[in-house]
Design a protein around this ligand. Structure first.
Ligand code: ATP
Length: 319
C-alpha cells in the first residue's frame, strides 16, 4: 500500500480543510494510506506526523483555518533542515506528498520534487497571487469577508458623510482589493499593479460629494502603503472627514464559501487521481472553470497577470 503525506503551510486559507478532507477521503477510497503532517514544513522536520482515517476529517468541510495547523519554517530552507525533512519522509515510509499553501509553500514542494519526492502542489492562499491559476483556494472567501465589511462601513459612512479608507490584504497582489472593490461598489481602488494618483482619488471624492453622494469608499491593498497616510492626504486635500479601517486577519478566517469548498474538493480529488496515474511534480490550478495541472517547475515561473479590464470597469462604474 502506498503512503501519502499531506501538509498545509504558510498563511492559512479558508478551504484548506475541505481540501484535506477530499485528499483523505479520495485517498482512502483508492487504497492509499494517508499521513497527516502537522504545522507544515516545520512539523515535517520534527516528525509531527500521524495516520489519518475517514473520521479524522469528519465535520471540517465548513470550517476555516486548517485542522493540520500551519507554520512558516526558515529551517526548511536550509540545507540541513531540508535533509532532515527528506529523512523524516523516509522514516515514516511516506512515498508521496501533497502540499497545500501559497507561493512559498509551492516552491518548497518544487524543491522536494526536484530532490526525488513525488509531490503535488495545491494553491491555497487568500492572496490569489499564483500566476498559473485563475484562482487560489481561499481567495473568494476572503473577498466575501471584505465585501461584507465594505457594506457595513458604507452604512456608517453614508450616515456621517465620511470617506473611508479600507485596507485589505494580498501582499503585492491587488486582487482582493480589485474584486472586493468592484463587488462592494468602491469609489476608488488603490492597488500595487496600477500607479496611484492621490489627486485623482480626491477628485473622485469631490465629484461624488458635489452630486450628492454621502459616502466615499477607498479600498487600498496592503502592498501599496500606509492607509493612515492616504486618509490624511484625502482629508487635507478635500476637507472630507476620512476614517481608516484595517481589516487584517478577519480576512483569513471564516467558513469557506461554496466556491472554495467545491474548488478544494475537486483539487483534492484530482491530486489523488494524479498519483494513481503515476504522475507527480504537478501543480494544480483552475483555468476557465476547469481543473488543470502543470509541471511544477514551469507553473511557478508563470507570472501573475493583472486584470486591467476589470480595474477599468470598476472605475467606470464608480464615477
Ligand atoms: P501565503 O502566501 O498565504 O503567506 P506562502 O506559502 O506563500 O503562503 P511563505 O511563508 O512564503 O507562505 O512559505 C511557507 C513556507 O514555505 C516557508 O516558511 C518555507 O518553509 C517554505 N518556503 C518558502 N519559500 C520557499 C522557497 N523559495 N523554497 C523553498 N521553500 C520555501
Amino acid at each position: 500500500m502506498k503512503t501519502i503525506g499531506i501538509l498545509t503551510s504558510g498563511g492559512d486559507a479558508p478551504g484548506m480543510n475541505p481540501a484535506i478532507r477530499a485528499i483523505v477521503r479520495a485517498g482512502i477510497f483508492n487504497g492509499f494510506r494517508i499521513m497527516g503532517i502537522r504545522q507544515g514544513y516545520s512539523g515535517l522536520i520534527d516528525g509531527d506526523i500521524y495516520e489519518m482515517n475517514l473520521s479524522s476529517v469528519a465535520d471540517i468541510i465548513h470550517r476555516g483555518g486548517t485542522m493540520l495547523r500551519s507554520a512558516r519554517s526558515d529551517e526548511f530552507k536550509t540545507e540541513s533542515g531540508f535533509k532532515k525533512a527528506l529523512n523524516v519522509l523516509d522514516v515514516f515510509g511516506i512515498d508521496s506528498l501533497i502540499v497545500l499553501g501559497g507561493d512559498g509553500t509551492l516552491r518548497g514542494a518544487k524543491d522536494l520534487y526536484n530532490a526525488g519526492v513525488p509531490t503535488i502542489g495545491i494553491p491555497c492562499t487568500i492572496d490569489n497571487d499564483c500566476g498559473y491559476s485563475d484562482y487560489t483556494i481561499g481567495f473568494f472567501t476572503a473577498v466575501e469577508t471584505v465585501v461584507d465589511a465594505i457594506s457595513k462601513i458604507r452604512d456608517t459612512s453614508t450616515s456621517h458623510g465620511r470617506a473611508n479608507v479600507i485596507e485589505v490584504m494580498g501582499r503585492r497582489c491587488g486582487d482582493i482589493a480589485l474584486y472586493a472593490g468592484l463587488a462592494g461598489g468602491a469609489e476608488s481602488i488603490i492597488i500595487p499593479e496600477v500607479e496611484f494618483d492621490i489627486d485623482e482619488v480626491c477628485k473622485r471624492a469631490i465629484q461624488g460629494k458635489n452630486r450628492g453622494k454621502l459616502h466615499h469608499i477607498i479600498v487600498l491593498a496592503e502592498g501599496v502603503g500606509n492607509a493612515y497616510e492616504v486618509a490624511k492626504d484625502i482629508q487635507d486635500k478635500t476637507s472630507i472627514d476620512t476614517r481608516v479601517t484595517v481589516l487584517g486577519y478577519i480576512q483569513r478566517g471564516g467558513n469557506p464559501t461554496s466556491y472554495d469548498r467545491i474548488l478544494a474538493s475537486k483539487m483534492g480529488n484530482r491530486a489523488i487521481e494524479l498519483l494513481l496515474e503515476g504522475k507527480s511534480g504537478r501543480a494544480l490550478g483552475v483555468k476557465c472553470n476547469e481543473i488543470i495541472d502543470l509541471e511544477i517547475n514551469e507553473a511557478l515561473d508563470i507570472e501573475k497577470k493583472f486584470n486591467l479590464d476589470m480595474y477599468n470597469t470598476s472605475k467606470i462604474l464608480s464615477i
